[in-house]
Ligand binder design. Structure first.
Ligand SMILES: O=P(O)(O)OC[C@H]1O[C@H](OP(=O)(O)OP(=O)(O)O)[C@H](O)[C@@H]1O
Ligand SMILES: NC(=O)CC[C@H](N)C(=O)O
Ligand SMILES: [Mg+2]
Length: 502
């Protein structure tokens, strides 16, 4: 889950608006940040490892001139952590195209050999996004060969259509095309979010923006028009005119984990308020908790992302809500941190217990998800150290049992605490007195209730059903062995060993 943003056709330089918008998407990726602007003649680019605030400063504000631009915050899920794999990526022909991508491509090996073999192209990195960009460029060339070069919009749309026939996986993409405009598209299942917004500028012209989440629009005075449809491509030309094209038949299947954890609660994705869906997750979880008839003194959320769920569990059960864990806001999201060792250390740095909320009490901890189990396991121990009598745990989502191949860093089964374990075994591993997981049908209800028109969600990390087709063991191995993973996870102990170390 990276964050992507594009803003086109302002009256003045776009840098400051891209900066503010990317800050609003920072929760989607903290490893690298990048931006490119276009001033009608030249592109200006800056990308590096680090947060938006660290990568961009006054020097970049001066250098990144132009009224149109795209930006990216990266959370690597393929390729390596190297700064060279930060986005945007560029190909200088046809036209000159820059690309930012959120998602993950699943047929990379096959496409990589085509790009470097049949298409005679050179790849500079191991990134899946760079492969996609080169397939797009090759297909736009094919369209130019057939149609001539009088209508670049038609060629770009034709290129996207051909690219969609070849590339599998999850992709929400924004590109900037020299001399043509800003082109965005979303994969035929719409697995990752992407929406388009409009603003009338001071001279009465039309400005447009694309973003992973609508929180990036408000800050710049844009109003969301709609979500980009699955399989759709939208191009905003340099005169501020919008062109749309259905490049592939769409069947909306958004990733349900966006609502559990990835997106901000103040975002609305595919018509579903993330916040409201979390409230509903609280309602269904509350029913299960009531059925168990446990003696609970207070409900304590794991901050920040579990708060809306925990609050609603408290409302629905009548059990009081307490803030028993204080978060150090200067430590980043641990789940999206590279490497198991780093994640484990940072949980302890990040959260501290308010002892008086635990001493001699029976507490129910609520988190949005339990992935590797690092977070909740440490917290259970902290609660016991603070004198809790009983520590119960509830997760707003079902057991995470399968790797995610669509842009969330859960590449290997072995690191998932729920893989191959029954709930009782997980409870033992975590050291808590009871463990309650949301039921998958309840989670789907909580999301779907916000937009009943959505018939399916991608729930692959919970049920192992991959909407783009089965995922081969070879692909999973390759993902596991990719530079990022091999550097960090190969020396990662199994969950059992983690228990001993912790
Ligand atoms: O089982 P684990 O592998 O530990 O992962 C699960 C945890 O990771 C996320 O929190 P994180 O600390 O990343 O971010 P947050 O502060 O935004 O909740 C999520 O909210 C869970 O708390
Ligand atoms: N999380 C993402 O969307 C990552 C995009 C791309 N697969 C990368 O690793 O750079
Ligand atoms: Mg958390």
């Amino acid at each position: 889950m990276c964050g992507i943003l594009g803003i086109s056709n302002r009256n003045s330089d776009v840098f400051a608006e891209l900066y503010d918008g990317l800050l609003m998407l920072q929760h989607r990726g903290q490893d690298a940040s990048g931006m490119v602007t276009y001033n009608g003649e030249f592109f200006r680019e800056k990308k590096a490892n680090g947060l938006v605030k660290d990568v961009f400063g006054p020097e970049q504000a001066e250098m990144l001139t132009g009224r149109t631009g795209i930006g990216h915050v990266r959370y690597p899920t393929a390729g390596s952590l190297s700064a060279a794999e930060a986005q945007p990526f560029f190909v200088n022909a046809p036209y000159g195209i820059y690309l930012v991508h959120n998602g993950n491509i699943t047929n990379t090996e096959e496409q990589r050999s085509k790009v470097t073999g049949k298409y005679s192209r050179h790849l500079r990195t191991t990134s899946d996004s760079e492969i996609m960009l080169n397939v797009l460029a090759d297909k736009v060339f094919d369209a130019i060969k057939v149609n001539g070069n009088d209508d670049p919009v038609r060629n770009l749309f034709a290129g996207v259509k051909m690219m969609m026939e070849r590339i599998q996986g999850a992709y929400s993409v924004i590109t900037m095309v020299a001399g043509v405009g800003m082109l965005a598209f979303r994969d035929p299942h719409g697995i990752r979010p992407l929406s388009v917004a409009h603003r009338t500028n001071s001279t009465g012209g039309d400005d447009y923006a694309f973003a992973s989440e609508d929180v990036a629009f408000d800050i710049n005075g844009f109003k969301k028009l709609r979500d980009v449809k699955p399989g759709e491509a939208i191009l905003i030309d340099l005169d501020g005119k919008m062109h749309t094209f259905q490049a592939a038949e769409g069947d909306l299947t958004p990733c349900i984990f966006e609502y559990v954890y990835l997106a901000r609660p103040d975002s609305v994705l595919d018509g579903i308020s993330v916040y409201k869906s979390q409230i509903r997750m609280g309602q269904t979880l509350a029913k299960q908790i009531q059925e168990l008839d446990l003696e609970i003194d207070s409900i304590i959320p794991v901050p920040d992302s579990a708060r809306p769920v925990a609050l609603e569990v408290s409302n629905a059960t009548g059990i009081r809500y307490r803030e028993g864990l204080v978060k150090n806001r200067y430590v980043g999201r641990t789940f999206i941190m590279p490497g198991q060792e780093e994640r484990q250390k940072s949980v302890r740095r990040k959260l501290n217990a308010v002892s008086l909320e635990f001493k001699d009490k029976n507490v129910l901890l609520i988190d949005d998800s339990i992935v590797r189990g690092n977070t909740i396991k440490k917290i259970v121990q902290m609660c016991r150290d603070a004198g809790a009598k009983k520590v119960y745990v509830a997760s707003a989502s079902p057991p995470v049992k399968y790797p995610n191949v669509y842009g969330i860093d859960m590449p290997t089964k072995h690191e998932l605490i729920a893989n191959g374990r029954e709930i009782e075994e997980i409870r033992e591993e975590l050291g808590c007195d009871a463990l309650i997981y949301q039921r998958l049908e309840d989670l789907v209800w909580a999301a779907q209730e916000g937009n009943p028109e959505i018939k399916h969600f991608d729930c692959s990390c919970f049920d192992g059903n991959y909407i783009t087709g089965s995922v081969s063991d070879a692909y999973l191995d390759q993902l596991e062995q990719s530079t990022r993973v091999s550097a960090k996870i190969n020396d990662m102990p199994s969950p059992k060993k983690v228990a001993k170390i912790a």
